[in-house]
Design a protein around this ligand. Sequence first.
Ligand SMILES: *Cc1c(COP(=O)(O)O)cnc(C)c1O
Length: 392
Amino acid sequence: MNIFEKEKALFLQVYNRLPLKIKKGEGCWLINENGEKYLDFFSGLAVNALGYAHPKIVEAVCRQVSLYAHLSNNYIIEPQIELAELLIKYSGMSKVFLTNSGTEAIEAAIKLVRYVKGPNKIIYSLTSSFHGRTYGALSLTTREKYQKGFEPLLQNVDRIKHNSIDDLLNKIDENTAAVFLEFIQGEGGINEANENFIAELFRLREKYKFIIVADAIQDGIGRTGKPFAHQYYYVMPDMIATAKAIGGGLPLGALLVSSDYENVWTIGKHGTTFGGNPVSCVAGIVVLREVFENGLMENVIELGAYFKEQLIKLKNIYQSEIKDVRGLGFMLGVELNYEGNDFVKKMFEKKILTNCANQNVIRILPPLIANKNEIDIYLQAFEETIKELKKN
Ligand SMILES: *Cc1c(COP(=O)(O)O)cnc(C)c1O
């Protein structure tokens, strides 16, 4: 049996694995056993902000493992402190709870909302949202594809139509506990929240005092050119969940809360064995410093604008193939007029790794270190692929 057959024999078949045996990664590139290089423009699903094998992460992780890899949250863990200081500084939130993953950060938020608002008030999420796969988070992930077959889900959860002010006004009232939203939906196909919708949502919060939770698990940590995508809207949510890029490739997530919610929980109300692991935290400190303080966000702003501009040019040339170009910074989506699977395959043949979300949206999530040359390589392959598929 080769390794792909073994995988099929050994694992629950929930993943569609790429036919690629990776030996190692370097910057934005993955290298297979024959030394062939693949340009990775989905970054392990928005995780590898600093690319692969970043020397500062390698150093920080090796050093921390040689000191202690795990203590448990019974101890003060020094790397957690510096990480939390950075997260608070760049989010404007007040306190932090560290987790291992995005879905756990959402779970923590759901529990905190229920704890504050009681069992009967309604928690809303938006249509085509993705908030994770554990039961609480799955209940807010309003896509049939993920929810079907797993009922019963959490009670007193409902959905609001994405960007529909009418639906918002219909549903939100004094019985609302919270609204969870991605300011730019990732898995749903790079859907930006509309400014008027957000303005109305925050106006309603003034009136009804519900909790707004920003799911910045994918858009956070500088991916869009701001630390968190909601900052483009000049609003302050009550809580922010983040993960993915935050651990530099190691498992880490965080729930950040405003001062209104910082003292709700007392000892033992919530917890985790591994959450805030010190090795993940030292990698996270490197990520936050590189992104926020060593110029990476500027790179994203500058090259993200260039990237989008070039994609829009392609849209204008290939109008019957490309329906829309969306997103901010290094979180871009190109909506095709056809299913994206063949597109992704053709890109793979050209040794470019890209991803398709919501059937027909090519989701582009380069490492934040990507340079202009790498973006041009991607764009060239992109145009060739559009042309090839046009012929067929
Ligand atoms: C990936 C993702 C999650 C889930 O995070 P996991 O780490 O996979 O549990 C939740 N929300 C958004 C917006 C995501 O992109």
